[in-house]
Design a protein around this ligand. Sequence first.
Ligand code: BJW
Length: 241
Amino acid sequence: MSTQQVADLLRQAKRILAVTGAGISSESGVPTFRGAGGLWGRFCAEDLATPEAFARDPELVWRCYDERRQDLALKSPNPGHTVLAGWEKRWPDFQLITQTVDGLHQLAGSKRVIPVHGNIWEMRCVDEGSIVIDRSVPLSTIPPRCSRCHALLRPNVVWFGEPLPAAAMATINKLLSRCQALLVIGTSAMVYPVAEFPLIVKKNGGRVIEINTEATPLTGLADYVLQGRAGEILPEIDHAL
Ligand code: BJW
């Protein structure tokens, strides 16, 4: 399957969605979660990415997020992010959905991006639910506390067992039902509900394109599979458009 075939499909489609995972940022030097060198190789997901872990030891969880934030503060978008930001202008109906929490899509200029797993640069008060943007690194106090009510703040990200933001999911479900082409980029396609998005699109008659350096559970189901680095393949597709 060639980038030209995918470019031809995209040129004919009007309603295009892209969903990205940690792999979109790996060429910016951001570690992925699974696989060699992934975050879950160094840290145990159950100890960090669940509400139970935070209730048990908020300081431990915040120390790890603080370390990730310090690392992320030094990273910049790569050509994959840049191409996706440009596609917003090319197609008025193009919508980007990301599982990344690093904010690199937004830094690349993407305005229409739905961060379904939250944003590592936001903190949410566990009592009031209020959200503050905080880009300070390192954090001056761990765990940070709400300036109004002094309750704990938590990273405004979605942990295992937590629902994805309801309003975002309502929008996404509408978009999936009418999507003509879904690009699935740099995700292991193992985490639900996002792992189901390609199946919904296919059921509704849309085409699915996977871009990944490795095979995933989606590879056998996708209509087009482009194996390789997103930061190289996306510019190639863009060039062929
Ligand atoms: C490249 C590349 C390059 C590298 N170019 N490619 C149905 C069945 C079974 C289980 C469930 C189910 N429904 C729900 C669940 C439970 C659970 C789940 O899915 N578990 C699975 C592990 C089985 N899901 C949830 O709990 C979700 N919530 C939910 O469903 O709620 C329902 C509910 C309703 C009502 C009330 C209560 C609940 C929430 C999931 C939250 C995920 N959170 C995390 C952490 C975010 C915060 C943080 O960052 O700290 O999100 S976990 C982590 O995994 C992170 C990621 O967004 C997510 C996905 O990972 P991703 O992005 O795919 O990264 P990797 O590392 O896995 O893959 C990288 C890929 O890139 C690889 O394939 C590489 O090959 C590739 N790559 N370089 C292209 N250059």
